[in-house]
Ligand binder design. Structure first.
Ligand code: FPP
Length: 233
C-alpha cells in the first residue's frame, strides 16, 4: 500500500451492541474488542503506520456501571499481560494519553510496566487514550501556558498554535491524517479535537469486535482516495 497515513486514530465503538446482538453481557463485547485490537495493532505496525492512537476509555466512560468500568480495566491488564512481549519484540512503543494516573492501582502498575519495557523501542508508537477527553486536554494545555506566562517562561508572542500543540498529551506526535470510527456512529465524542482539525474521517459500519485488519486496510484505502486540501484549492 502506498501513502500510508503516519498517524491513525481509532474510536473503537460498538462493543456493547456487538454483545447485545448475540444476547451476551456487555463485557463479552469488550473482551471481543480487546481481541480485535490485538490484530489491528499488529497490522498497523506491519503497514508502517508510525502512530496508532486508540480511544480505550474516555473521561465520560466513568458514568458506566461499576462492573463494566472495572471489567474494562481488567481487560486492559489482560491485554498487556498477553501482548507486552510481542509488542516489545515488534519494536512497538507504548504511550498513554490522558489522566491515566487516576486509574486503579493494578491497572496503573500494568501500564507503567508496558511503558518502561517499551520505552526504548523505535517502531510504531501505540498511543492508548485512557481517562482521556480532548476538551480537558486543551484546558490542561491552556493552564500550562498560563502558568508559564505568569512565571515569565513564555511571553504573549510565544502563544501560538504550536505552543498549544506541544502542551497536549500528543506533544511531539504528528496530527492524525486519518480518524476511523466504527459501528456506524458519526461523531468525534471528544477525541483528538485539536489534532483532528484536518483529519480525514472514515466511518465503518461494523462493530469494533468485527473490525478486522482487512477492514483497517479498507479504511486506509478510503483515506487514500480522498484529496486533502487543507483549506486550499
Ligand atoms: C466502545 O464500545 C468501547 C469502549 C468504551 C471500550 C473499549 C475497550 C476495548 C476495545 C477493550 C479493552 C481493551 C483495552 C486495551 C482497554 P461501547 O461499549 O460504547 O459500545 P456500544 O456503543 O455498542 O454500547
Amino acid at each position: 500500500m502506498e501513502r500510508i497515513p503516519r498517524h491513525v486514530g481509532i474510536v473503537m465503538d460498538g462493543n456493547g451492541r456487538w454483545a447485545a446482538k448475540r444476547g451476551l453481557p456487555r463485557l463479552a463485547g469488550h473482551n471481543a474488542g480487546m481481541k480485535a485490537l490485538k490484530e489491528i495493532v499488529k497490522r498497523a505496525s506491519v503497514l508502517g503506520v508510525e502512530h496508532l492512537t486508540v480511544y480505550a476509555f474516555s473521561t465520560e466512560n466513568w458514568k458506566r456501571g461499576k462492573e463494566e468500568v472495572s471489567g474494562i480495566f481488567k481487560l486492559l491488564i489482560l491485554y498487556i499481560d498477553r501482548e507486552l512481549d510481542e509488542l516489545h519484540r515488534n519494536n512497538v512503543k507504548v504511550n498513554i494519553l490522558g489522566e491515566y494516573r487516576e486509574l486503579p492501582d493494578n491497572a496503573l502498575a500494568s501500564l507503567e510496566k508496558s511503558l518502561a519495557t517499551t520505552a526504548g523501542n523505535t517502531g510504531m508508537q501505540f498511543n492508548i487514550a485512557l481517562n482521556y477527553g480532548s476538551r480537558a486536554e486543551i484546558v490542561r494545555a491552556v493552564r500550562a501556558i498560563a502558568g508559564e506566562l505568569a512565571g515569565g517562561a513564555l511571553d504573549m508572542d510565544g502563544i501560538c498554535e504550536q505552543a498549544v500543540s506541544e502542551r497536549l498529551y500528543t506533544g511531539g506526535i504528528p496530527d492524525p491524517e486519518l480518524i476511523i470510527r466504527t459501528s456506524g456512529e458519526k461523531r468525534l465524542s471528544n477525541f483528538l479535537l485539536w489534532q483532528g482539525a484536518y483529519s480525514e474521517l472514515v466511518f465503518s459500519d461494523v462493530y469494533w469486535p468485527d473490525f478486522t485488519p482487512d477492514e483497517l486496510e479498507k479504511s486506509i484505502e478510503e483515506y487514500q482516495g480522498r484529496a486533502r486540501r487543507f483549506g486550499g484549492r
